[in-house]
Structure formats: C-alpha cells, structure tokens
Write a protein that binds this ligand. Sequence first.
Ligand code: BTX
Length: 323
Amino acid sequence: MAHSVREQILIALRQRTWYSGQELAETLNISRTAIWKHMQTLKEEGYQIISNKKQGYQLVDEGDLLTPIAIEQWLTTARLGRHILHFEELDTTQRIAHEQAQQQAQEGTLVVCDHQTNGRGQLGRTWHEAKNEGIAMSLLVRPDVPMHQAGQLTLVAGIALAQSLRTFDVPVTIKWPNDILINGRKVAGILTEMQTEADRISSVIIGIGINVHHEQFPEGIKDRATSLVRESGRTFRRAEVVATFLNRFEQLYTQWLELGFGSFVSEWETLADRLHERVTLRTRQMTASGTLLGIDETGTIRIETETGETRFHSAELIYWEKE
Ligand code: BTX
C-alpha cells in the first residue's frame, strides 16, 4: 500500500517516543510548516499527539480509528486487507464492495465504515449499526471453486471470526450458519453474497458486522444482541479486531482452497453453540426439533430428530422468535 504523507508521519511517530519537527521534515522532505499542518489534521482525525519545542512530537494515543493505516499496523496478511477503502458514512459496505468487484479490484480488497446507515442482513433483514460503535466491513475474494461451495465461506469466515475474537478472551460461539454469539446473544453476523459470470464465481463479498462498544441496542433486538465491551468489560481497538480477523481468515481461506471444507468440521464443532443440545430448526416447508449433532464435510447441519439423523442444507436455527 502506498502511504500518504500523514501515514508516513504516523509510521515515524510510532517508532519512537519523540520525533523533532526538523527531523520529520528532513525525513519526509517537506517543510516544518507542512509537518505542523499535517499534525493538526491528524489531531482532528482523533490521533492524540502532544508537542513541545524541545523534543518535538509524540504520538500518545491512536484512538479507535478504522482507517487503513490503523488496520495495517496489526496486519500480517499477504493479500487480504492490502487494499482498504475506508468511509466515515455509507449506506452499506456491501454495495461498495460489489462495485469494487465489478471494477476488477484485487482479491482481498476491504471496505470498512464507521457509520453504516442501511446495513443488510440475510433475507432482506437489516443490520443495526451505531456510529463509531461497531465494525461494518466487506471483504472481496475470488475463489476458484464450484458455485455450490461459495456458501461454505460463511462458515469459514465464522470460524476465523470466532477464533480471532477468542484471542481477545471473549467466549464466543457460532450459531449455524452465520451468527457469532456470546452467552447466547448475537455479537456479530456474516452475510456472504456472490457474483457469477457464465456459471462461475467471479467474486464473493463477505460482509461482517461486529458490535464492539455498544452499551445499548434498539428495542427490537435489545434482548438478543450484545457487544464485545459489554460482555468482557475490556477495551477494544476496532482496527486491531479487523486485522486479527483478516490474519486468521487468510490462513483458513488458503486451507479451504487447498484442502476443502472437510478439514474444518471438527474445528467448527469445537466452536459451535448448543452442540449436543436440543435445538429447533425451521426450513421453508417445516419446523423440526432435535439434538444438534454438528455439520458434515459440506457444511450442512446435522440434527438427530425422532426419525433419525437429518441433514439440512439451508435452514434457520430458531433461538429467538419473530426474526
Ligand atoms: P441476519 O439476517 O442473520 O441477522 C439480522 C437480524 O439480526 C436482524 O433481523 C435483527 O433481528 C438482528 N440484528 C440486527 N442488527 C443487529 C446487531 N447489531 N446485533 C445483533 N443482532 C442484530 C446477519 O444477518 C448478517 C449481518 C451482516 C452485516 C454486515 S455489516 C457489513 C456488511 N454490510 C452490510 O450491509 N451487511 C454486512
């Protein structure tokens, strides 16, 4: 990623406690006045920078920004998240990611925003976002696999998200197929959408919404939604959460392409919510109850009902009525 002058200033400031204006000006080959102006802009953006005449500038705190440079500092990926588009406000990151896909953007392109005003869930549902509280992101990938396997990416992304959130000591579980829960409440959701061309996948957009700082939720979801901060009491930097997910997802995405979904079954089951417990499941035709056995090597859910083991390719686990 090519860095802007402001990004180069940040990279320099991260390297040591104090950096004099003179040194920065020489390193970046711009005037001290220009350095001063960039510092003002960085402060306005949310970076906490102090200065004094003798020692120069010090970066005290980076705040909780979701900018490319903030995410990049935690990123260890080769491809994913190496092209990031950040917006302060958007209707939905999915729309921009779809446009990027059509404009031949590189695999791994990530769209993030601080305030998503019309977030999409599955089946025309909406995803609630409060400004600067959560993470709304859409990742573009171009897997060379048969179309019917694209849905598995929801599960692979779910495993990566659950594992990466567990590194922050948050006890998340996965509710098949696309929800991440803490203590039975939804903390994140995944929406996978595909673009095709002549019976082939041209791109898959993996949309992820994560509740990070929220203390409260709107009426309709307040009993079944939660946030990372609410459940853990610790602080989070959204950029670090995003990068930790991307780092893990890149590994699992490669594994999926090389070994297929079968290699994830036991991993998924260790993260599954209500494994071996009784669940209710709804399909278009019927509602069924039984014991959740796990998933098979294609990602299909397995339930032990009164009539024996039944597998559901597409269904909904019902935890909460009136979705
Ligand atoms: P879903 O259809 O499984 O879940 C949506 C349902 O979850 C809603 O109907 C509501 O009941 C509940 N819900 C809505 N907002 C929240 C929330 N913040 N926390 C907990 N529960 C909620 C899940 O769909 C997939 C959501 C993906 C969202 C991302 S954000 C980035 C990207 N852009 C975009 O427009 N969508 C994706």
